[in-house]
Design a protein around this ligand. Sequence first.
Ligand code: 4NP
Length: 154
Amino acid sequence: MAQKLLFVCLGNICRSPAAENIMNHLLLKENLGDRFECDSAGTGGWHIGALPDSRMRSAAQARGLTFVGSARQFQAEDLQEFDLILAMDKDNYRNILALDKEGKFADKVKMMCDYCQTYSDKEVPDPYYGGADGFNYVIDLLFDACGGLLKTLK
Ligand code: 4NP
């Protein structure tokens, strides 16, 4: 059965859909698409149903990638449903575990940057209120972290 990965940020329109799409890109490239299932969610519910942010989609398009998705809010059931849950920052991590009322699922919740191979960032910075550079940086950082995650999972 496919291993289920969930990427989580705040709004589910910038960082976590980027992580989901980049991970799917790497999985397809390595012919591992049938071994893993990727999804993403936001701890907040402001953007439910929205496509990834247009600035994130432009940054992706410039590298020949098309980011798809429709934002949804993280739910307590996701803790049961997914095998590995990857938080983009410490707030996301705390908000995910706040829904783990019985403290059963902490082992499957990790920080995305734990898998970085080259970058020394501890969190994926929120690009929402910044300029294009921030979106490009997030993509570079997530390529590094998704590559490391894939190596760990293989
Ligand atoms: P994300 O970025 O968590 O990477 O999707 C954000 C998206 C929306 C907001 C904040 C961050 N917001 O405040 O609406």
